[in-house]
Ligand binder design. Structure first.
Ligand code: GDP
Ligand code: MN
Length: 386
């Protein structure tokens, strides 16, 4: 889950990282009032979940409240990389002498957090990595030991940070690591961390991404979610505890277990690819899914107009096939689907499940014993619908 810049910086402040004074506005009038209150030059910044807002015209410096109001007027409602700006942050402008890049992220291949920093801050890290890879200092952090003092002095020295700033920089490094760690973040990035004319360090931009799998123990951060740029179907799935990712194919896949869901997608692709047919989604209803969850999952799958057939591939372990079968009937009655549904039930209570389905005598239901058969039948059903 991504936090907005203003949320990320408020979080940084809790960990002792200095940030500019500022507040968020949803109207240009409010933006003007905040600017008047702050006094002096301010920056008006679009709050959307994408980088490179500056280049896209979403970050503007304003010399007074009237200018701030005008800039807010232009930025609110602006479309940046497909997202509509609904909020702007009004920050006291910083007198920037130097822009530093500083981030901690998950390095999955190393199995450790990775700290990256550079005196060539401001621009995005992929570009910096392409043009000046040597200008980035990288240091892995042992998650058991944490960020050690010797590592921090190594980093400051390797990046050639002037000595005058070491004290505050080291405080920011340990603050950022604590923030990353305690927030279950996948990324905690300050770009730029600036050195001001007065010689102070200030986090001018912030970006934090929280690991979705840890949200259950981060209630305060979860409450800050902004779903406005999330597809409706993915939001509904998330709220029902279902993992759903929309894809471009025609076969809606309803599966329990992530590995089985991947296999099911592979199989529909294997038999469908030659005919331009493939999976319409990844969906994992998880272990022990209730009939209500199955019904919700089915309506989410069917909300995609590309779907021409649904493939249920259920392996009953914790999930009981009879429960899933009841879920399918509940879903069937609620959604009244027009598309054929191929059903494969195996494992715990499979016989009971199959009995429930066959006794219901619903139209458009096709049962299958093996996954090969199920995938072939789903592909054939899509071909027939064309
Ligand atoms: P991003 O483009 O989405 O990464 O947004 P940033 O907040 O990083 O702003 C982009 C650029 O605008 C920064 O790299 C700075 O050069 C400039 N900028 C942002 N805030 C200020 C400020 O307070 N004062 C000045 N002079 N420039 C700023
Ligand atoms: Mn930035």
């Amino acid at each position: 889950m991504k936090l907005h810049e203003y949320q990320s910086k408020a979080l940084f402040q809790e960990y002792g990282i200095p940030i500019p004074q500022g507040r968020v506005a949803e109207t240009s009038r409010e933006a003007g009032a905040i600017a008047a209150e702050l006094g002096g030059t301010v920056v008006v910044k679009a709050q959307v979940h994408v980088g490179g807002r500056g280049k896209a015209g979403g970050v503007k410096v304003a010399r007074d409240a009237a200018a701030a109001e005008r800039h807010a007027q232009a930025i609110l409602g602006m479309n940046i990389k497909g997202l509509t700006v609904e909020k702007v942050l009004i920050d006291e402008a910083a007198d920037i002498q130097q822009e530093i890049y500083l981030a901690i992220t998950n390095d999955r291949s190393a199995g450790q957090p990775l700290l990256m920093t550079s005196m060539q801050g401001g621009m995005d890290i992929e570009e910096l990595n392409r043009t000046r890879p040597d200008a980035i200092i990288r240091e892995h952090i042992d998650p058991i030991l944490g960020l050690q003092p010797y590592q921090m002095t190594y980093i400051a020295s390797a990046m050639r940070l002037p000595r005058a700033h070491w004290r505050s920089f080291l405080k920011i490094l340990s603050g950022l690591y604590a923030c990353y760690n305690k927030s279950d973040a996948e990324l905690a990035e300050i770009n730029p961390l600036v050195i001001t004319g007065a010689g102070a360090l200030l986090a001018v931009d912030g970006k934090v991404i929280i690991d979705d799998n840890a949200l259950y123990r981060q209630p305060a951060l979860t409450a800050q979610r902004d779903s406005s740029d999330e597809p409706e179907s993915e939001r509904l799935a998330r709220e029902a505890g279902i993992t759903y990712i929309k894809l471009e194919g025609q076969i809606g896949c309803m599966v329990n277990g992530a590995g089985l869901a991947m296999t099911t997608m592979d199989m529909t692709k294997l038999y469908g690819e030659a005919h331009g047919i493939g999976p319409a989604n990844f969906l994992d209803i998880g272990g022990g899914a209730t009939p209500e969850q199955v019904a919700t999952a089915l309506s989410i799958i069917l909300s995609d107009a590309n779907v021409k057939a649904v493939l249920f591939n259920i392996f009953g372990g914790i999930t009981r096939c009879d429960e899933v079968a009841r879920g399918i009937l509940t879903a069937y009655n609620a959604v009244q689907p027009e598309v054929p549904m191929v059903i494969r039930l195996q494992g715990t209570n499979a016989a009971e499940g199959k009995k429930i389905i066959s006794e219901a005598q619903l139209p458009h239901l096709i049962s299958a014993e093996t996954l090969t058969e199920a995938a072939q039948r789903a592909v054939a059903a899509v071909q027939e619908s064309a």
